[in-house]
Design a binder for this molecule. Structure first.
Ligand SMILES: NC(=O)c1ccc[n+]([C@@H]2O[C@H](COP(=O)([O-])OP(=O)(O)OC[C@H]3O[C@@H](n4cnc5c(N)ncnc54)[C@H](O)[C@@H]3O)[C@@H](O)[C@H]2O)c1
Length: 253
């Protein structure tokens, strides 16, 4: 059990990568505070973990609202005494050419994908400074590194997460706070299936995406959960401000 006794908070833990990471961290002995804006989803994650013997507290939180993020971290500390590992993972996507992207689309994407991560880092670091350190893992995307049509606003938010991660690593590494990012490629979650459904033929769309991945398959949420687990352990203690790409080789071709 590689996270025995650790206290973790994971956002977007009701689905996909966040849920897989919550289950993985719990299996490895961590207490998991599972945060999501979707109450039913977060309840399902809590039930799945607790019925298999893990420790999990589900909280309904909109990460785009600073006060709610601050309160979630405060609740974690009130209940469990500290916050060792913070995984800022919640995210959304909007697929539109820039000429059709509205200010409301942009505000929504920035609110969840960028401000949500920023607020988590801010209040996570405030707590971690009081306890002598901690680990922050931000979910960015390969699309924070490479471009893709229809994803301009999404790409910009994920590039922002990578810039924030690097800046925070320079700002806080000396205080024993380790901040890194994961850049998943296409992962088999509800988010990507919603994206496949944007065009007229979701099966053809999925095939076309898989054809861009050298390993010939979508990633599984567990593929990313294992990267988060690595970053959450002392095996990664010399890794600061990194963008760890996990994409089946997609961005190297
Ligand atoms: N699936 C992919 O192909 C892929 C690729 C690269 C990066 N990512 C990133 O991985 C992260 C997780 O995505 P996923 O694929 O697991 O998606 P998902 O849709 O399966 O899960 C995302 C979760 O975030 C929650 N969420 C959305 N808005 C929220 C808010 N305001 N506050 C709190 N929770 C909120 C949703 O309710 C959902 O449970 C996202 O940041 C996404 O951008 C996904």
């Amino acid at each position: 059990m590689r996270l025995n006794g650790k206290i973790s908070l994971i956002t977007g833990a009701g689905s996909g990568i966040g849920r897989a990471t919550a289950e993985c961290f719990a299996r490895e002995g961590a207490t998991v505070v599972a945060v999501d804006v979707n109450g039913d989803a977060v309840q399902a994650t809590q039930t799945a973990i607790t019925t298999t013997g893990g420790n999990c507290l589900g909280l309904v939180v909109d990460v785009s609202v600073e006060e709610q993020v601050k309160r979630a971290i405060a609740t974690t500390v009130e209940r469990f005494g500290r916050l060792d590992i913070l995984h800022n993972n919640a995210g959304i996507s909007v697929l539109k050419p820039i000429i059709e992207t509205t200010e409301a689309d942009l505000d929504k994407l920035l609110g969840v994908n960028f401000k949500g991560v920023f607020f988590g880092c801010k209040h996570g670091i405030v707590q971690m400074l009081t306890q002598g350190g901690g680990i922050i893992i931000n979910t960015a995307s390969e699309l924070g590194i490479v471009g893709q049509p229809l994803y301009s606003a999404y790409c910009a938010t994920k590039g922002g997460v990578l810039a924030l991660t690097r800046a925070l690593a320079t700002e806080w590494s000396a205080q024993n706070i380790r901040v890194n990012a994961i850049c998943p490629g296409p992962i088999d979650t509800p988010m990507i299936h919603a994206e496949f459904n944007v065009g007229p033929d979701s099966v053809a769309e999925e095939k076309a995406v898989v054809a861009t991945i050298p390993v010939g398959r979508l990633g599984k949420p567990e593929d990313i959960a294992r990267v988060a687990l690595f970053l959450a352990t002392s095996d990664a203690e010399f890794i600061h401000g990194a963008a760890i790409v996990a994409d089946g080789g997609k961005t190297i071709i």
